[in-house]
Design a protein around this ligand. Sequence first.
Ligand SMILES: Nc1ncnc2c1ncn2[C@@H]1O[C@H](COP(=O)(O)OP(=O)(O)O)[C@@H](O)[C@H]1O
Ligand SMILES: [Mg+2]
Length: 248
Amino acid sequence: MIIVQELKKRFNDLDVLKGISLSIDKGSTAVIIGPSGSGKTTLLRCLNLLETPDKGSLIIGEKRLEFDKKKKLKLNEMMAIRKKTGMVFQNYNLFPHLTVLENIMEGQLIVLKRSRAESRQKALGLLEKVGLKDRGDMYPHQLSGGQQQRVGIARAMAMDPEVILFDEPTSALDPELVGEVLKVMKNLSKEGMTMVVVTHEMKFAHDVADQVIFMDQGIVVENGTPEEVFNQSNNQRLLQFLNKVNVR
Ligand SMILES: Nc1ncnc2c1ncn2[C@@H]1O[C@H](COP(=O)(O)OP(=O)(O)O)[C@@H](O)[C@H]1O
Ligand SMILES: [Mg+2]
C-alpha cells in the first residue's frame, strides 16, 4: 500500500534521509520511533510531499512517483499523492478564526469541492466519532489541547485519505490529555485505517502497532513487529534509545 524505496533528502549539506526503504500494508498501523533529529518528521513530510525528496521512489496505492533532484514534480502528480494522505500535526494547526465545524469542512469544500451540506454532514459525523459532537460551533481556543487534537484527527479523516500520518500527535499535550487522543487513534487503527505514527508513546506502539520502525541518523535501523523490535533486537543503538525512554 505504501512503498518507499531508497528515499533521500538533504538540507544544505546535511543528509537527513540517507536512503529509506520500507513498506506499510494497507489497513495497518506503523509506528516510527527514534531520537530527536533522526529524520522522522522529514520522512512523514516526504510521504505527503510537504518536502520533495531528492531521490528514490514512493508508491501510495496505485500512484507511483520517482524523485530526481533535476526534475520538478508535476503539480497534478503532487496533488494526487497529497489527496491520499492526511496529516495530524504536533501542534494541531487548526485555523484559529474558524469554528471546529468549519475547520473540518474547509478542505472538503476547497480541495474536494464538496457541497456545504455534504461537508457539514461529514464533519458532524466525524465530530461524533472523536467524541466532540456538541463542540462544532466553538473556536479552537475554547477547547483543551486534547480536544483540539481530536478535531485535528477529524479534519484529516474528512478528506477520506488512504493513509493518515501523525507527527508526535500527543507530545504537546498535558499528560492527563494524552489518553483521550490515543484512544481515538486506537479506534481508528482497529477500524482498519492505514496509519503512520511518529510517537514516543511506547505503550501505544507496543499495543497498537503492527509494525515498529526505529530510525536513527537518517536510516531505518530496525523494522519489525513490536515483539521483534522491543523484545528481540540486540541492536545497540535501539537498546540505548529504549533505555532512555524507559521501556527496558
Ligand atoms: N527545512 C529544513 N532545513 C534545514 N534542516 C532541516 C529542515 N528540516 C529538518 N532539518 C534538519 O533535519 C534533521 C532531522 O530533522 P527532523 O526530520 O525534524 O527529525 P525528527 O523529527 O526525527 O526529530 C535535523 O537535524 C533538522 O535540524
Ligand atoms: Mg519530529
